[in-house]
Design a protein around this ligand. Structure first.
Ligand code: HEC
Length: 232
């Protein structure tokens, strides 16, 4: 309810901006449009180190440049993902000064595509109620809220192998139903960690499809791992 209220406020704000721009002759940047079709199979995006990037307004080159440099400000339209369900999108200046104009989103995925579960700026939580911004703001300023493993954010107990397994089993990707033994094992380990942290959810529930559109909210999310981190 709150995000949509906020969205209304935002569109109102942008509406005013547009009018001001027209009356003064200044060209305001158009809003970056984001909907369920803005996302795709994570492995079809461009991989830089451990994460994947895209650009919604055709400036992939600019996004890749900053991603490869590992520091600097991402250009508007940039899309960043390391987990198939969590997305950061860079908007034009003025979208949200607090988040450096990043939008945080949780998307649910299945073989037919993505459905936005929640979106917004500093107030956005993942399905566990953990605040995206609270973690990402800890990245040193030159990294523009991007954590990776060395940018100053608190570490999370998700190994490279677990990220790879999540990426390989992104249900939006063709062939993702063929899960390798290695990925199966990584998902099982991820499940064990989550089980230990949350005291619920059987590891068996953590196979392929655990991030499906109709997966139960909250407890079946791998980001429950982060609950432990935050508490610690
Ligand atoms: C408990 C802290 C925490 C929370 C909550 C959190 N993240 Fe992250 N996020 C991280 C860390 C740490 C990494 C780096 C992981 C790695 O590379 O090992 C990361 C990685 C990412 C990346 C890849 C780029 C980067 O910063 O390395 C994206 C995109 C992302 N998170 C989006 C989100 C979104 C969207 C949410 C909320 C829906 C969210 N995160 C919630 C800590 C968090």
């Amino acid at each position: 309810m709150f995000p949509s209220f906020r969205k209304t406020l935002l569109s109102a704000a942008f509406g005013v901006l547009a009018i001001t721009a027209t009356s003064t002759g200044i060209t305001a940047s158009p809003q970056i449009h984001v909907d369920n079709n803005s996302f795709r199979c994570i492995k079809e995006m461009t991989k830089v180190r451990e994460f994947y990037v895209d650009n919604l307004i055709g400036n992939l080159e600019g996004t890749v440049l900053v991603a490869k440099a590992g520091s600097g400000e991402y250009p508007p339209g940039s899309v960043l993902q390391v987990m198939p369900n969590e997305v950061m999108i860079k908007h034009h200046k003025g979208f949200s000064p607090a988040t450096n104009d990043w939008e945080f989103l949780w998307i649910d995925n299945d073989k037919n595509g993505s459905t936005i579960f929640t979106r917004g700026a500093a107030e956005v939580n993942n399905r566990l109620g953990l605040n995206c911004f609270a973690c990402h703001v800890k990245a040193r300023p030159e990294h523009d809220m991007v954590c990776e493993t060395t940018n100053g954010c608190d570490p999370i107990p998700v190994t490279r192998e677990m990220f790879h397994a999540l990426q390989n089993t992104d249900p939006r990707c063709a062939g993702s139903e063929n899960v390798s033994a290695k990925d199966q094992e990584s998902l099982r380990q991820l499940g064990e960690i989550v089980k230990a942290l949350t005291g619920q959810q059987s590891p068996e529930a953590w196979g392929r499809g655990m991030f499906a559109r109709h997966s139960p909210p909250v407890d079946s999310s791998p980001t429950s791992l982060r609950l432990g981190v935050l508490d610690g």
